[in-house]
Design a protein around this ligand. Structure first.
Ligand SMILES: Nc1nc2c(ncn2[C@@H]2O[C@H](COP(=O)(O)OP(=O)(O)OP(=O)(O)O)[C@@H](O)[C@H]2O)c(=O)[nH]1
Ligand SMILES: [Mg+2]
Length: 394
């Protein structure tokens, strides 16, 4: 590392810098590299960069460094993608999953399954080439068992919902009739006065969204307009938006008012409750007029029970994400599903008693799909597609 000055065309000083010489192959791309470290902020970096470009350098294309690392064999395609998702991670869970992928979690898994597939194919070839030495029914039995095992193992890693939760975060929606305390609960969960709270029913009209982190998972929490029949056109649009937000939610907090008798509007919401719902009996600080078995008894006003509710949401989201190493990238999920389909065809083929070399064709298809995840013989088109989404310079 050398200390020096970056100078302009006329010798004028642009910045005080450090120059670092990094000889390959121990570098990110395995090539020789030279790094100039200038002061932060927009102006210094831009001036130095413009000067270097005027001397003949060019700015890297999006993902070019990682692409070079891939083309020079330092990382496989799934690790290159992990670099990108690590940079873009919006939550602890996303960063953790990306790091595991960068360390080769997916690559190792793909290698293991690919080896099992090759073993199966070798066994099939042996049974067709040397029928006297390898008993075909016995080979068929072993291949079938192995296919079943591989299918289960791949399926465990393929969880589109868990992947979406890690990648994009969860959606939590507050629902309930007007004035039960949805906006108050939103504020209590956020620990800030975000939504307007009044004693006038119909206060919230639009969907109001904020981000929180629950157990390292990013969640968008949305306060909505109270559900009721209304002739006010503005409120009616709000009620429709609330219904749409509920359809897409991962968790629906159905808020009831413990200080009031339940009404038909409450009952209708409760009838629509599915496994995504958590029933919150709010205003428990006031004298009770209604109960609800199995509900979370809370007071958005005093804060009682709100932490327990947050912990329950955290528990549910963490359970949905799962502890095991899963695939998070859409591209990997698509390819793994393709491999699963091919394996299902292979299994059917063996079970229906067709010649084993027919199943081998399906096994090869599965192998090709899996190899595309790590980018062994990936086409130029696939590689372009992966790096197109990178940010500039990495
Ligand atoms: N005592 C008590 N009052 C509460 C509690 N939660 C909310 N309130 C009061 O209930 C009234 C309505 O609260 P909001 O949070 O605006 O209710 P909302 O469900 O968002 O109502 P809309 O936006 O009209 O659908 C306000 O006067 C709050 O102060 C609570 O836990 N205890
Ligand atoms: Mg409100």
């Amino acid at each position: 590392m050398t200390y020096g000055r970056a100078v302009g065309e006329g010798g004028e000083e642009l910045d005080e810098v450090m120059g670092v010489w990094l000889p390959g192959p121990g570098t990110y791309t395995r090539e020789d590299m030279f790094e100039i470290q200038c002061h932060g902020g927009g102006v210094c970096a831009r001036r130095v960069l413009e000067r270097i470009v005027s001397l003949g350098a060019r700015v890297a294309e999006p993902g070019e460094f990682t692409r070079r690392a891939f083309l020079n064999g330092r990382i496989d395609l799934s690790r290159a993608e992990a670099v990108m998702s690590l940079i873009g991670a919006s939550s602890e869970a996303a960063a953790r999953a990306s790091l595991r992928q960068l360390e080769g979690g997916i690559s190792g898994f793909v290698r293991k399954i690919s080896d099992s597939l090759k073993d199966c194919m070798a066994l099939i070839e042996a049974s067709t080439d040397f029928p006297d030495e390898v008993d075909e029914p016995d080979a068929a039995f072993r291949v079938r068992a192995e296919i079943q095992r591989m299918r289960e193992e791949i399926a465990r890693r393929c969880d589109p919902r868990g992947a979406r939760l890690v990648r994009e975060g969860a959606s939590i929606v507050l629902a309930g009739k007007p004035n039960v305390g949805k906006s108050s609960l939103m504020n209590a969960l956020l620990r800030q006065e975000r939504a307007i709270v009044t004693s006038v029913p119909g206060t919230t009209r639009d969907v109001l969204t904020e981000r929180i982190q629950l157990g390292g998972i990013c969640a968008e929490i949305s306060d909505t307009a109270g559900q009721r029949q209304t002739s006010d056109p503005v409120e009616r649009i709000g009620v429709e938006r609330a219904a749409r937000a509920m359809e897409r939610a991962d968790i629906v907090l159905i808020v009831l008012d413990a200080s009031e008798e339940r009404t038909e509007e409450d009952e209708e919401l409760l009838r629509g409750a599915d496994e995504r719902a958590i029933i919150c009996l709010n205003k428990c600080d006031l004298p009770r007029k209604s109960e609800y078995p199995g509900s979370f008894e809370i007071s958005a006003f005093t804060g009682a029970g709100v932490d327990a509710l947050a912990r329950e949401m955290e528990r549910r989201l963490c359970a949905a994400v799962g502890a095991e190493d899963k695939m998070i990238q859409e591209r990997h999920l698509t390819l793994a599903r393709r491999a699963l389909d091919a394996l299902a065809d292979a299994q059917r083929c063996v079970e229906e008693g067709h010649p084993l070399d027919l199943a081998e064709i399906d096994l090869r298809r599965a192998l090709n799909s899996l190899s595309e995840i790590t980018g062994e013989d990936a086409t130029e088109e696939v590689i372009d597609q992966v790096f197109r989404n990178f940010c500039v310079g990495k």
